[in-house]
Design a protein around this ligand. Structure first.
Ligand SMILES: Cc1cc2nc3c(=O)[nH]c(=O)nc-3n(C[C@H](O)[C@H](O)[C@H](O)COP(=O)(O)O)c2cc1C
Length: 460
C-alpha cells in the first residue's frame, strides 16, 4: 500500500503570494482577491479535489528590507497589498463541508485572550475545521508599524510564544469544563457557573485573570501547525505542533529538514511520527509534459525578479541589493526568519546557491521545489519525495490562480487516486480527526491537555 499523500493549498489574502509577476497575465484571477466569489470558488474547487485544507499565510508589515524601501514590493504586489485572512474563513466554511482552514497568526502583536476568542469563534462557525499556524514574525517593518522600535530577538520571540500558547491552552482547555454548557430551556439555565473557571495567569509577558468568554468549540484548541525551522523554532514546533510545515528547496534539503524535525520530536519526548509533516511545493501539471513545460517557461518569462528580491530579502533579513548576482549566499544568524537563509546555504551542503539562483528559484513558488510534468511524472516525483523523506503531504503554492489548483484537481488527484496514494473521500469529523485520526480534542499527552479540568486533572 503506497503512503497516503495529503494536500493543503497555500495562499494569502493578497495578489502575489509566492509568485510575483504572474498577476500580469490576462487570465490570472489573483487580482480578484477582493471579491468574496473568488474565495468561495477556490474553496469549492479544493473540496472537490479532497484537499485537507486551505492554508492562509499572513505577515504583519511590508517587505522593505530590499534597498531599504517598500517600493519594489509595492510595484510588484509582493505580499502587499494584503488583507486580513481571518475574515475569509466563515464565508468559505459556509460554502463547504469538509475543507479545513489554516489561519496564520503571529503572536507578536496579539493578546492571548482576544486571539483565543477569535479562534474559538472560527472553530464554532466552521464546525471544528480550523487550524492555527503559529508564527513569531520576521519583518522589522511590522514591529515599527505596531509601535515597537524593532522585533524582539529571534529566540526571545519563541520564549514569549511558549507563554502565549500556555495562556491560550488555559483558556481553551481549562476555563469551561465539558458539561458546563447546559442550554436548559426548562430551568432557564444556559451554563453551570460551578463548571466555568477563571484563568489566573501571571507570567513574564502576560497576565490574565478571568473566565474565558466563549463556550468550548468542537476542537477547543484549534489544530496546531508550526513552520519555524531554526533550532529554536524546531524546538518550539516539537513542543506544540500537531502538524509541521517544511520549507526546503531541494530533495536532500527536505530529507534533512524532515529528519531534524523527527529528531526534535523525540527529544521533546514525543513519538517521531506524532506530527504530520507538510512540505512546501509547487506543481505545474498539464495534459502533456510538453504543455506543462511550456507553461513553466512562460511563468519564468513573466516572473518578477524584483518582487522575488523583495521577498527573499524580507524572509532572510538581508538586503540583497548589496549583493552581486553571482555572490553566493552564506549562512549568518539574523533576527528575521533563520530557516529561510539556512535553506539556501547550510541545509543541503551538496548545493551552492548564488543570489541569482535563489532569486530565480523563489520567484516561482517560494522556498519549495517546483515539479513540472504530466500527471504520471508529477505523481512519480511526489511519491518518490514522500517515500524517501517520510513526509506526510504538501503545502501547495500556486503560480496562476486558480489555474494551478484546477490543474491539480483535474489531472494529478485522479492519477494519485488510481495509484491508491490519495483519499477518495473525506473522513468525518473535525479537522483534527480527519488529519490525525484521533479525537476532536487535543491528545491527552499534548502539553496543552494538562490544563484540562473536570477529567481528573487539576487544571491551571
Ligand atoms: C511553509 C511555510 C509557511 C510559512 N508561512 C508563514 C506565514 O504565513 N507567515 C509568517 O510570518 N511566517 C511564515 N513562515 C515562516 C515561519 O513560520 C517562521 O516564522 C520563520 O521561518 C522564522 O522562524 P525560524 O527562524 O524559526 O525559521 C512560513 C514558513 C514555512 C516553511
Amino acid at each position: 500500500m503506497p503512503r497516503q499523500i495529503r494536500f493543503n493549498a497555500f495562499m494569502m489574502n493578497c495578489v502575489a503570494h509566492l509568485a510575483p509577476g504572474q498577476w500580469t497575465a490576462h487570465d490570472d484571477r489573483s487580482t480578484d482577491y477582493l471579491d468574496t466569489a473568488y474565495w468561495v470558488e477556490l474553496a469549492t474547487l479544493l473540496e472537490e479535489g479532497l484537499f485537507d485544507g486551505l492554508f492562509l499565510g499572513d505577515v504583519i508589515g511590508v517587505y522593505d528590507e530590499y534597498n531599504g524601501s517598500p517600493d519594489a514590493a509595492l510595484r510588484t504586489a509582493a505580499q502587499v497589498p494584503m488583507n486580513d485572512p481571518a475574515v475569509l474563513i466563515p464565508l468559505m466554511a459556509h460554502a463547504t463541508r469538509h475543507l479545513g482552514f489554516g489561519l496564520t497568526v503571529s503572536v507578536a502583536y496579539e493578546t492571548p485572550y482576544l486571539l483565543a476568542r477569535r479562534f474559538t469563534t472560527l472553530d464554532h462557525l466552521s464546525g471544528g475545521r480550523v487550524a492555527w499556524n503559529v508564527v513569531t514574525s520576521y519583518l522589522q517593518s511590522g514591529a515599527r508599524s505596531l509601535g515597537q522600535d524593532a522585533l524582539r530577538a529571534h529566540d526571545a520571540r519563541y520564549d514569549r510564544a511558549d507563554e502565549f500558547l500556555s495562556v491560550c491552552y488555559q483558556l481553551w482547555e481549562g476555563s469551561w469544563e465539558d458539561g458546563a454548557v447546559l442550554r436548559d430551556r426548562e430551568r432557564g439555565v444556559y451554563a453551570d457557573p460551578a463548571r466555568v473557571h477563571a484563568v489566573r495567569h501571571e507570567g513574564a509577558h502576560y497576565r490574565v485573570n478571568g473566565v474565558f468568554q466563549c463556550e468550548p468549540s468542537p476542537q477547543r484548541t484549534p489544530l496546531l501547525f508550526q513552520a519555524g525551522g531554526s533550532t529554536r523554532g524546531t524546538q518550539f514546533a516539537a513542543t506544540h505542533a500537531e502538524c509541521i510545515f517544511l520549507g526546503a528547496p531541494t530533495h536532500n534539503g527536505l530529507r534533512a529538514s524532515a529528519q531534524q524535525v523527527r529528531r526534535a520530536l523525540s527529544e521533546a519526548g514525543r513519538a517521531p511520527d506524532s506530527a504530520l509533516l507538510f512540505a512546501m511545493l509547487t506543481v505545474i501539471v498539464d495534459e502533456t509534459a510538453q504543455a506543462a513545460q511550456a507553461r513553466y517557461e512562460a511563468y519564468r518569462a513573466r516572473a518578477s525578479y524584483e518582487g522575488a528580491l523583495a521577498l527573499l530579502s524580507g524572509w532572510t533579513g538581508i538586503d540583497l541589493a548589496a549583493y552581486r548576482p553571482d555572490d553566493t549566499l552564506d549562512y549568518v544568524d539574523t533576527d528575521a526568519g533563520q530557516s529561510a537563509l539556512a535553506s539556501f546555504s547550510k541545509l543541503d551542503p551538496g548545493k551552492v546557491w548564488t543570489v541569482r539562483d535563489a532569486v530565480e528559484f523563489v520567484a516561482i513558488g517560494g522556498r519549495g521545489p517546483v515539479v513540472v510534468g504530466d500527471a504520471q511524472q508529477v505523481a512519480d516525483a511526489l511519491q518518490a519525495l514522500v517515500e524517501d523523506t517520510g513526509i506526510d503531504g504538501f503545502n501547495l503554492a500556486w503560480v496562476e490562480s486558480p489555474r494551478t489548483y484546477r490543474d491539480i484537481v483535474r489531472h494529478l488527484v485522479p492519477e494519485l487516486q488510481r495509484r491508491g496514494a490519495y483519499k477518495t473521500r473525506y473522513e468525518s469529523g473535525t479537522l483534527r480527526e480527519k488529519l490525525l485520526g484521533c479525537d476532536a480534542k487535543l491528545d491527552a499527552r499534548h502539553v496543552g491537555a494538562k490544563f484540562r479540568r473536570g477529567d481528573g486533572s487539576t487544571g491551571a
